[in-house]
Design a protein around this ligand. Structure first.
Ligand SMILES: [Ca+2]
Ligand SMILES: [Ca+2]
Length: 70
């Protein structure tokens, strides 16, 4: 699945990336770590959290910021 397809799938489910980000950011530090990504991805049936993290993590710092996600 590509990033664009994932965004389309989210749009079809009526999920705003901004809202999804807020749900995923369990410790509210404004970025998603691998554990936060992993727990939410499992709910979507995606078990390769590192793959998802790499897909969104444009600056490759190991975290997905709100800017990178939306
Ligand atoms: Ca976080
Ligand atoms: Ca990043």
């Amino acid at each position: 699945m590509s990033l664009e397809k994932m965004k389309q799938a989210l749009a079809q489910m009526n999920i705003e990336p901004y809202n999804l980000f807020a749900q995923m950011d369990a410790n509210h530090d404004g970025r998603l770590d691998i554990d936060e990504i992993g727990s939410k991805c499992a709910a979507f049936g995606i078990y390769d959290a590192q793959w998802v993290r790499k897909m969104f993590d444009a600056d490759n710092d190991g975290f997905v910021s709100r800017e990178e996600f939306t």
